[in-house]
Design a protein around this ligand. Structure first.
Ligand SMILES: [Zn+2]
Length: 463
């Protein structure tokens, strides 16, 4: 039987507000542990939450980007569970009345992924596992808690199970990440934990539209690991069904180190969060004027730019440029479109130069001349494109020391500087030619035409 994967995502994004969701503590990644806390985010009795207006605006903006409906009335709930990272004993989240619902997000391949909801909540504190191996809970001998993260505004985006392959899931995540970064609402950096996601995976016979038991993959720390983890989980489920078994609903903790996914907890232990409306917060009723103003603030989104660029490039190249944040530069750099795109995605990408620091016209001149410059000199020039006042001309001139008139003085200089080697050569040690060639190349930073240098040297040494 042929099997078809069914994949859905839950993505958590830290919002880039100045302060926390329900108090005025500053958000600062990397600040000294427990230095950004107050009675509200430490859950002292008698304190009251005050919602961060900017976080609400950012969530509405994201809702527009995801083509969601922004509801007229949204409610915060208390989601109860007991864990050291949660001082109140509950998380303020949104339950049955999230702020944004029923959206969709178009991928570069033309498919659309349904967005079930995007809601606002607060993050928990961070547990830091000490001792044992690699900061993991297993084997740790103690756990410290850093409450700086407690109360960070967090948006949770839940998709419909519309994704059909690990590759598609990866591309969705890349495009979504680029979108939130460009909206200016999050750094969305996985290594800082400001972008986290879980993946729900099930399979079904191809052509069927049933939804079978799904498993949840947690602890994904890169898009590539996610793709690998999904692949492996699809294979595991196929193996179970084909040997006559049933997939159990469980949460799997992906370990990229050994590519295993041990179960965290099974359905029997699934938690009842006892959701209650948060009595200390009034329902959230975003003004229609605000909602419309924010709609008007939407920039041209990455998805739309991919579609536009795919007309002149292929889709993969267009998608690569946009999701790597290089397409704005691409549009400014003059020259043959495909050549410019390829250099930006390959040699130039490897330099790590910030696109914002580049003079597009100068980069265009360099790319246009790339076949006339030695490879090493071209790479060096690309690396210099981010420097203030970069001029391609200098590298083009340097890169093409092909004229006899330019090389002759250099050759003469090298010979004058090495009189004893010249005597030895003329005395019959012709192997020294390589030495002279090397000296000239050194003088020119490797940019001289070696064939011409050889010819010139032979000629001058004859005398
Ligand atoms: Zn606080």
């Amino acid at each position: 039987m042929k099997w078809a994967p069914v994949i859905g995502l839950e993505i958590h994004i830290h919002l880039k507000t100045k302060t926390k969701m329900f108090c005025r503590c500053e958000l600062e990644y990397g600040a000294e542990e427990n230095s950004r806390t107050c009675p509200v985010c430490l859950a002292h009795p008698g304190t009251l939450p005050v919602p961060n207006a900017r976080a609400i605006e950012m969530t509405i903006l994201l809702g527009h980007a995801l083509q969601c409906e922004v509801v007229e009335r949204s409610v915060f709930h208390r989601k109860h569970y007991f864990y050291p990272d949660l001082p109140k004993g509950y998380q303020i989240s949104q339950y049955d009345q999230p702020l944004c619902v029923n959206g969709r997000f178009a991928l570069a391949d033309g498919s659309e992924v349904g967005i079930t909801r995007a809601h606002l909540e607060e993050d928990a504190a961070k547990n830091v596992h000490m001792g044992g191996s690699g900061g993991r809970i297993a084997g740790a001998d103690r756990t410290l808690v850093d409450y700086n993260r407690a109360g960070t505004p967090l948006v949770e985006i839940v998709t419909e199970p519309d994704l059909r392959s690990s590759e598609q899931a990866k591309r969705f995540l890349q495009l979504l990440r680029q979108t939130v970064v460009e909206l200016g609402i999050s750094d969305a950096e996985m290594e800082k934990g400001s972008l986290r996601f879980d993946v729900n995976v099930s399979i079904r016979p191809e052509g069927s539209d049933e939804l079978r038991t799904r498993t949840e993959l947690k602890n994904m720390n890169s898009f590539n690991f996610a793709a690998k983890g999904i692949e492996r989980e699809i294979k595991r489920q196929i193996g179970i069904y084909e040997s006559g078994g049933e997939v159990e609903q469980e949460t799997l903790h992906f370990d990229p180190g050994n590519e295993s996914a041990p179960p965290l907890r099974s359905k029997e232990e699934a938690q009842d969060y006892r959701y209650l409306p948060e009595p200390d917060l009034v329902p959230l009723v975003p003004g229609r004027e605000l909602v419309e103003r924010l709609r008007g603030e939407l920039p041209e989104l990455p998805g739309a730019r991919i579609a536009r660029l795919a007309d002149e490039l292929d889709t993969d190249l267009a998608e690569g440029l946009v999701t790597s944040g290089r397409d704005r530069l691409f549009e400014q750099v003059p020259g043959e479109r495909r050549a410019v795109a390829n250099v930006l995605m390959n040699q130039w990408a490897a330099t790590g130069v910030d696109p914002a620091a580049v003079d597009a016209d100068e980069l265009g001149k360099l790319i246009e001349a790339r076949d006339r410059i030695p490879r090493a000199a071209f790479t060096e020039a690309l690396e210099a494109t981010g420097e203030p006042g970069f001029e391609a001309e200098r590298y083009l001139a340097d890169g093409q020391i092909e004229a006899t008139a330019d090389l002759e003085p250099l050759v003469e200089h090298v010979l004058a500087a090495n009189p004893s080697q010249v005597d030895d050569y003329r005395g019959g040690k012709e192997g020294l030619l390589g030495f002279f060639v090397g000296q000239v190349m050194k003088e020119t930073g490797g940019r001289a035409n070696p064939k011409l240098v050889n010819e010139l040297l032979r000629e001058k040494l004859k005398a």
